[in-house]
Design a binder for this molecule. Sequence first.
Ligand code: GTP
Length: 220
Amino acid sequence: MQFTGAQEEDACDFLFKIIFIGDSDVGKTCVIHSFKSGEFRDKHQNTIGVDFTVHSMDIDGKRVKMQIWDTAGQERFRTITQSYYRSAHGAMIAYDLTRRSTFDSLPHWIHAVEQYGAANVVFVLIGNKCDLAHQRQVLFEDACTLAEQTGSLAALETSAKENHNVQEAFELMARELIVRSGGMGVLPRTRTPSMSKSNPNELGPHWGEIAGDKQSVSFV
Ligand SMILES: Nc1nc2c(ncn2[C@@H]2O[C@H](COP(=O)(O)OP(=O)(O)OP(=O)(O)O)[C@@H](O)[C@H]2O)c(=O)[nH]1
């Protein structure tokens, strides 16, 4: 693995690892892109395996770095994607509010994180594509009920297309993780590259070479 000088200088107060999971085509990649750039990029290719991206935010004067693992929703990548659950602090679990089947899958995704992830992973349920509310198949109330039943932090409806509630969803997750870390940070005053250098497997089994701050990881 190689790091640029700029990346090594990129210190943070908090570093959190988030997995983004859910059925295929619910909009995971688009939501992450919207979070990073504030823009909607219509995506036509399904994620292969796992993509990795980093985005920092300032919360109450603290620099919070979010390492986000964008996982493929397709069944054929399930074994690979589950191997990334174990080091996650938070799981954003997405469904498409215009497709009921993707909401009905949420208990499966939650169960998988409970099975393969660490204890006390924070769950946030994301109902994406709320710009298509006229095609809605899932009531927000149903999502809130499920959030309560599963001990999730919250249920939110987002639109990657309109950049609606996207920042809010990540900020909610970050604030909860800050609280759970006792306000000290899971890895306080750390530098992402140094941590990765000392223990590459901490970020997953297939950590590759960083290009900018976006990384695609190949598995085949
Ligand atoms: N209308 C609308 N379309 C969206 C939104 N977010 C994503 N899409 C569209 O939904 C489709 C799937 O989006 P992706 O981001 O590729 O979905 P994904 O969940 O990452 O899919 P996998 O990579 O297969 O897991 C694409 O055609 C997007 O343009 C949204 O907020 N509103």
